[in-house]
Write a protein that binds this ligand. Structure first.
Ligand code: HEM
Length: 170
């Protein structure tokens, strides 16, 4: 059986070592706090007015300012900066935190489209850093799709380990 990283690579088209090239450099030092605040603000400004109601509605119960803060604090921490996210929220546990939401392939592509557009609009991120960030985002988005799918299946009371549905007829 494929593990989640392998599935994420296959579905995203981004090899794991490319996704984690972010760990070979300190993007927080290079770009600074304000850039990540600007990126997350730009991203969520797009998400909350998305023309696609099905996507916008995934965020309907979340406060926009909180969502921005959650994301930029996570990114600052993940990109080599201070652990702002964990100090406030604890372990990121991203799969578990995304479980309430329909994190499908389609949702991942929509999320990535907004993130690509947000990156394109931030002039103080250099080309190489944008590529590195996007590889990390693509891989992580599909890691979440695979992880949420696996968690939902393993807790499905009518599905056994082989994926059969023993109580399908009830
Ligand atoms: C694949 C498509 C994705 C969907 C549909 C999705 C959806 C959501 C939603 C609805 C929230 C709740 C908003 C909030 O209150 O913070 C959330 C939170 C969050 N997402 Fe995503 N997300 C996706 C991908 C990603 C990716 C790729 C990352 C990281 C690179 C990410 C990182 C986060 C973080 C850090 C939070 C805050 C969690 C918390 O503290 O509760 N998400 N996401």
């Amino acid at each position: 059986m494929q593990n989640l990283q392998e599935k994420a690579s296959e579905w995203s088209g981004v090899e794991t070592n490319h996704a984690f090239a972010i760990d070979d450099t300190n993007l927080f030092q290079k770009l600074g706090l304000q850039t990540f605040i600007n990126l997350s603000t730009n991203f969520y400004n797009r998400v909350y007015v998305d023309d696609e109601e099905w996507f916008r509605s995934i965020f309907a119960k979340s406060d926009k300012d909180k969502a921005i803060q959650n994301q930029y604090e996570f990114l600052v921490q993940r990109m080599g900066g201070p652990p702002l996210y964990s100090q406030r929220r604890g372990h990121p546990a991203l799969i578990a935190r995304h479980r309430p939401f329909p994190v499908t392939h389609e949702a991942a592509e929509r999320w990535l489209l907004h993130m690509q557009q947000a990156l394109d609009n931030i002039s103080d991120i250099d080309h190489d850093s944008k590529i590195m960030l996007m590889n990390f985002f693509r891989h992580t988005a599909y890691f979440l799709v695979a992880g949420v799918e696996q968690k939902n299946q393993s807790l499905h009371p009518c599905k056994d380990a082989d994926g059969r549905h023993p109580c399908k007829n009830f």
